[in-house]
Design a protein around this ligand. Structure first.
Ligand code: ADP
Ligand code: ASP
Ligand code: MG
Length: 406
C-alpha cells in the first residue's frame, strides 16, 4: 500500500464529464490498495473569468476579497469530485484550504505556505476516506482565505505530499509530461523521462508553466517524488528527481520562454555613487522584483539604466520611476511591454564553453535581435521582441540538437 497524492489541473476538470473521468482514475488508484489524497485546480478558464468579473467592478480589486472570490473556483471542483466519488460508493471528503490546515502568510494573491497541519488529512485517510482538497488556497494566521499565485495548485499538491510524507506526488495535466520545450509551441519537442529538480526549477522560473516554481522548491527541499503525466491517457510521464542523473546529460536540456516581461529604461541618469540604490530601492520597497539590469555609461557623466520587471508590475514601476527620474535628474523614462525572454537551460553548461555564442549565432541567423542578455551557471536568457519568442524557441531547439528524430 502506498500513500499517493494526485493533482489534476484545470483542463482535467474542465467539465463534469472530465470530473467523472478523474473520479474513475482516483477510484482505480484507491482500489489498487493505496491511500489517496486528490488536489484540484479550478475548471480551466474559471480563475480568469473571476478575475475579469472583479475587474469590471474595480480597477484595483481589494486583494483580500479577490482571494475570497478566486478560491471559489477550486471549492467548486473539490465539491463536485467528492460528490462523484460518493455516488460511486467511495468514502470521500472535500476540504477547503483552511479545513486542510494549509497555513500561509498574509500576502493575498501570492501567499506562501508556512506550515500544514497534516492531522486532519491523516485522520480522514485513517478512516479509509479519499481526501479531496481544493488547491491554490490556504488560510493566514487571522483566518483570512489566501491564494498561492497563478498555477499554485501544483504547490498545494507537493506541499501536502511533503506534510503527509506521501510516497509519490502525481501531477496530472494536459500534456504527457515535461518536454524539452513547450510542446504547444515547438512540435519537435521531446518528452523527458527524468529531469533533475535543479533543471526543472530553472525551467519553471523561466516560463515553463507545466509546474509552478514553488512546487519544485518544495519537492527539492522535502525530497518529494514528483511524477508529471497526462490525465487523458496512460502514457509514461516525467519523473522529477532530486539530485543529478547518472546519465550523460546534453549540454542544453530545455528551452523556455516567458512573455510576462516588460522593460524600463532611465535615460541619462547622473553617474554617481548611490544612483543604483536610488533607482531600485523604491521598486524593492513596493515588493516588485527586478530581473535583468543593464547599465551603459554615456559621455558627459551620465548613464542609461535598463531593467526588466514582470508585465503585471509594468505600470506601477513606470510611474514609480517617473517620480524617481524627476528627483535624481534623469532625462527620460522609456518603457516597452512587447518583449519576451527566451532561455536555454542545462546543468551540462557548467563544463562547456561556447554555448552562449552558439545561442547568439542561432538567433542572428533568423534575424532575431537580442535586446538584453543574462547568464547563470546553468542558463542563458535573451530578451527579444515578443512576436519573435516562439520562433526563437524553435530555432534554439534545433540549434542545440533537441529536436525529436522521426
Ligand atoms: P494545468 O492546468 O494542468 O496545471 P498548465 O496549463 O498550468 O496545466 O500547464 C501545462 C502546460 O504547460 C502545457 O499545456 C504546455 O503548454 C505548458 N508547457 C510549457 N513548457 C512546457 C514544457 N517544457 N513541457 C510541457 N509543458 C509545457
Ligand atoms: N486556478 C488557479 C489558476 O488558474 C490555480 C491553478 O490552476 O493551479 O491559476
Ligand atoms: Mg498549472
Amino acid at each position: 500500500m502506498a500513500l499517493i497524492v494526485q493533482k489534476y489541473g484545470g483542463t482535467s476538470v474542465a467539465d463534469t464529464k472530465r470530473i467523472q473521468n478523474v473520479a474513475e482514475r482516483v477510484a482505480k488508484t484507491y482500489d489498487a490498495g493505496n491511500q489517496v489524497v486528490v488536489i484540484l485546480s479550478a475548471m480551466s478558464g474559471v480563475t480568469d473569468k473571476l478575475i475579469g468579473m472583479a475587474g469590471s467592478l474595480s480597477d484595483m480589486p481589494d486583494k483580500r476579497e479577490l482571494d475570497v472570490l478566486l478560491s471559489t473556483g477550486e471549492q467548486t471542483t473539490a465539491a463536485l469530485l467528492a460528490i462523484a466519488l460518493k455516488s460511486m460508493n467511495y468514502k470521500a471528503e472535500s476540504m477547503l484550504g483552511f479545513q486542510a490546515d494549509i497555513q500561509t502568510d498574509c500576502n493575498f494573491g501570492d501567499a506562501r505556505i508556512v506550515d500544514i497541519g497534516a492531522h486532519r488529512i491523516k485522520s480522514g485517510l485513517d478512516r479509509g476516506e479519499i481526501i479531496v482538497a481544493a488547491g491554490f488556497q490556504g488560510c493566514d494566521a487571522y483566518g483570512n482565505i489566501t491564494t498561492l499565485g497563478r498555477g499554485g495548485s501544483d504547490t498545494s499538491a507537493v506541499a501536502i505530499a511533503a506534510a503527509i510524507e506521501a510516497d509519490m506526488c502525481e501531477i496530472y495535466t494536459d500534456v504527457d509530461g515535461i518536454y524539452t520545450a513547450d510542446p504547444n509551441v515547438c512540435d519537435k519537442a521531446r518528452k523527458i523521462n527524468t529531469i533533475s529538480c535543479d533543471e526543472m526549477l530553472e525551467m519553471a522560473s523561466l516560463g515553463a508553466k507545466v509546474l509552478h516554481k514553488r512546487s519544485v522548491e518544495f519537492a527539492l527541499k522535502h525530497k518529494v517524488l514528483v511524477y508529471v503525466r497526462s490525465s487523458f491517457n496512460e502514457e509514461e510521464g516525467t519523473m522529477v528527481v532530486n539530485g543529478e542523473n547518472d546519465m550523460e546529460r546534453p549540454v542544453v536540456s530545455g528551452i523556455t520562454f516567458s512573455k510576462n516581461e516588460a522593460r524600463i529604461t532611465l535615460k541619462r541618469v547622473p553617474d554617481r555613487p548611490g544612483i543604483a540604490a536610488a533607482v531600485f530601492t523604491p521598486v524593492a520597497d513596493a515588493d516588485i522584483n527586478v530581473d535583468m539590469i543593464i547599465q551603459n555609461t554615456q559621455a558627459g557623466g551620465t548613464t542609461d539604466m535598463t531593467f526588466t520587471v514582470s508585465k503585471d508590475d509594468y505600470k506601477g514601476t513606470l510611474s514609480l520611476e517617473k517620480e524617481i527620474a524627476r528627483k535624481i535628474g534623469a532625462e527620460a523614462v522609456l518603457g516597452d511591454e512587447n518583449i519576451a525572454k527566451v532561455s536555454i537551460i542545462g546543468v551540462g553548461m557548467k563544463s562547456h564553453s561556447g554555448v552562449a555564442s552558439m545561442m547568439f549565432d542561432a538567433l542572428a541567423k533568423e534575424n532575431i535581435n537580442i535586446i538584453m542578455i543574462s547568464t547563470s551557471e546553468i542558463r542563458i536568457s535573451c530578451v527579444v521582441a515578443e512576436d519573435k519568442a516562439e520562433l526563437a524557441v524553435r530555432v534554439l531547439h534545433t540549434a542545440f540538437g533537441l529536436d525529436k528524430t522521426e
